[in-house]
Ligand binder design. Structure first.
Ligand SMILES: Cc1cc2nc3c(=O)[nH]c(=O)nc-3n(C[C@H](O)[C@H](O)[C@H](O)COP(=O)(O)OP(=O)(O)OC[C@H]3O[C@@H](n4cnc5c(N)ncnc54)[C@H](O)[C@@H]3O)c2cc1C
Length: 318
């Protein structure tokens, strides 16, 4: 088996075109265990981590661009990204352990095609797009359209994801991701629920609800979204969200959870994620701030100022 470490997207495309049966990898935290167990036998392994574009995270013109091979920990340690997308960061921060997060990428998490992938529901809820490269050029698709079933994607042979594009969240928007695992650490989701809400005062003006681990792919729950939009998040709405989430489930029955258990937990987690997303959306205090990027900068400045005032007050007290 060959190992190749291209440094440009074009070089990677040529390598993949010239080597049928080759596989790209980023952290290899899924691929290596699959090779060890004989489930995957690539003719060549193409390492994406040497391509700068695939490991960089940037923000410009109202959009985040996240390299597909960026380690999850680069996102969870990026205060501005965490500030704007706590839900996606929560998903990335639940992947395995610190060691796994220092290797694992969102591109690998998505393209491995696991229904339980933790970063995927929140990316879909946030309308993230994947920029895909191949011998025929580049194309951009919704993240929701990448995975077609367990272990399967819509990517053609020789294609790979270069980066994810995520538009800035509108003002008064919050997201959240919750998952249920039988163990507290190092386990995969029995159910995952991501919610993104935009609030107009105390009324929901826009909603996305996406479940993981309860169907062959992550699933959107349009009935829950319809119940949320226009509501003030009263008990009746939350009950409708839970019922819609449970109804959207088509889970497997395995040692981690029965169909009944996963179905019920999906409703509970969706409801809880709605409450957290709404709290985050409603923490938007300043009308002069025009986008959440500025908002999070301002919040940090506010926290610094409060810290300095505390120090000054202690000095005066002494
Ligand atoms: C101990 C342990 C614990 C784990 N816990 C969790 C967990 O809690 N939650 C969870 O979701 N996952 C978990 N995982 C699975 C894994 O760590 C994640 O799915 C991780 O995000 C995969 O990223 P990677 O970069 O390592 O992928 P890789 O192993 O490099 O690749 C995975 C698959 O995606 C393909 N691929 C990779 N990058 C691209 C790209 N840019 N374009 C196209 N295809 C690509 C590869 O060819 C391969 O098929 C765990 C794994 C281990 C070993």
């Amino acid at each position: 088996m060959q190992y190749a470490a291209p440094t440009t997207v074009d070089e990677a495309c040529s390598l993949l075109a010239d080597n049928p049966g080759s596989r790209v990898f980023a952290g290899a935290t899924d691929l290596v265990p699959q090779m060890r167990s004989g489930r995957s036998e690539p003719s060549a392994m193409v390492d994406l981590k040497r391509i700068d574009r695939l490991t960089s995270v940037s923000h410009a013109d109202g959009q985040w661009t996240v390299g597909a091979a960026t380690p999850a920990s680069d996102l969870t340690h990026n205060a501005e990204f965490v500030g704007m997308y706590p839900g996606i960061s929560e998903g990335a921060g639940l992947i395995g352990s610190d060691q796994i997060q220092n290797r694992s990428s969102l591109g690998g998490n998505l393209c491995n095609g696991s229904p339980a992938a933790d970063s995927v529901p929140a990316m879909i809820a946030s309308g993230a797009r994947a920029v895909i490269a191949g011998a025929g050029g580049q194309r951009t698709v919704s993240v929701a359209d990448v995975v077609t079933g367990p272990g399967r994607t819509s990517l053609a042979d020789g294609e790979f994801i270069v980066e994810f594009e995520i538009d800035d969240a509108p003002i008064s928007t919050g997201d959240a991701y919750l998952r249920m695992t039988p163990r507290t650490e190092m386990d995969i989701a029995v159910v995952g629920a991501a919610v993104r809400l935009t609030m107009d005062g105390d009324t929901v003006s826009s909603a996305s609800v996406v479940l993981g681990a309860v169907a062959p792919t992550a699933v959107r729950v349009p009935d829950a979204e319809a119940a949320l939009v226009g509501s003030r998040l009263d008990d009746e709405t939350l009950a409708a969200v839970a019922a819609a989430a449970s109804a959207a489930c088509n889970p497997i029955d395995d040692k981690r959870g029965t169909v009944e258990y996963r179905t019920q937990v999906a409703g509970v987690l969706a409801k809880r994620a709605v409450v957290i997303a709404a709290e985050r959306a409603q923490k938007e205090p300043d009308l002069h701030v025009t986008n959440t990027h500025q908002l999070h900068r301002q919040r940090r400045a506010d926290r610094l100022l409060v810290g300095r005032l505390h120090v000054a007050a202690r000095c005066v007290a002494r």
